[in-house]
Design a protein around this ligand. Sequence first.
Ligand SMILES: [Zn+2]
Length: 438
Amino acid sequence: MYFFKDFHIYTLRNGGKYDFFKGSLLIEDGKIRKIFRKDSDEPFIPEGAEIIDGGFRHMIVPGFIQTHIHMCQTSHRNMAENIPLLPWLRDHIWPFEAALTKKTIGLSVIAALKELVSSGTTSVLDMGTVNHQDVIFETMGIAGFRYTGGKAMMDAGTGVPDKLLEKTSDSIDRSVRLLEKFHNTGNGLLRYAFSPRFALSCSKKLLREVRKLSDRHDILIQTHGSEHKEEVEVIRSMSGLGNIAYLDSIGALNDKTVIAHTVHPDESEISLIKDVNASIVHCPSTNLKLGSGIAPVYKYLQKGIRVGIGADGAPCNNALNIFSEMKMASLLQKGINHDASIMSAKDAVGLATINGALILGLQNITGQICENFDADMVILDMDTPQTMNFECHPTAAIVYGCDPRNVRSTMVAGRFLFRDGNFSQEIKDLERFFIEMP
Ligand SMILES: [Zn+2]
């Protein structure tokens, strides 16, 4: 039990308004049990609660949610530079992934986890690789991270290494076995998502089957779509359709589908995503670095499409830092639309909190500082030069001023994974375990 005494508290609420006040929080059994507002509530500190005194120098914000990431790729950071999407995948990323072992995948996801929690991310939707997904689930379960993910599914395509190319039936069987073993375990923190990689590495049969399984088990589907012009042109030459229209034409899309990127859809495909009620995940740094373009995110939000945000993989941007993604998301839309009034800092925080929770179906559990929600939260040090006057516009201070240096502590479901600059003992032990693994 923790009592966070004398903090600034910031959260977005449903409907897009933000709530910012001075107060205290009681955390019990992993949940935000009680919020005390300084102006109106008399704080009550139960016996046995550890008191953490913020002295009004720190701000509690909801834990950030990244709805597209590849934790297993982290060990390939800084090893595939200045290359566009398809050769980047075929000549670098897939061979890297094919070579991963239990040891190197463990080290990779621990490196990702350390970067994520020390920069304020408490939850992800992660695309794993084809093999060793069980290692990722087991590691995240021990660490206590809020992890939704699945093994990448790849049963087709040119340039796919032998170790990643699966038979359709094997890909489906392995995915279902992982779902049965891990979904809703780890006190509900671990969840499964079917993960067909993208249209060019998945057969129609696989994509149709995944859609049926998603409907039957009420499970998310995550995939990449319409990321790069070359990818879209290959699909058009095969099918006569754009990437999103192709996925829909074969019956692959439903309201639990989460499409990463969506940089190059035409107008009819944008309407199609809205009609199907699928979600989009914006990955601004990756789209810039791989030369893919800039997704029309402001347009998506205006149409009422759910949009989340993610750093994608470490080799493609080359960081997993949510603050730079939020800042990029806001600034790019203002710039390309020549309009300073749109895509505010608040909209960017929305992608990484409320929208992320909605995409994951966890909107009643996380994404806000709210009584009886799980205590997924980040403590930001606001007593820094880059955050001066933060009380004037706390959202602007978070998005444009903060960076990982401001993150003092990160908590998932009431448990510190990062506290005052130190990782939890579980994370340190996991790292040692994988280092010593033969
Ligand atoms: Zn990706």
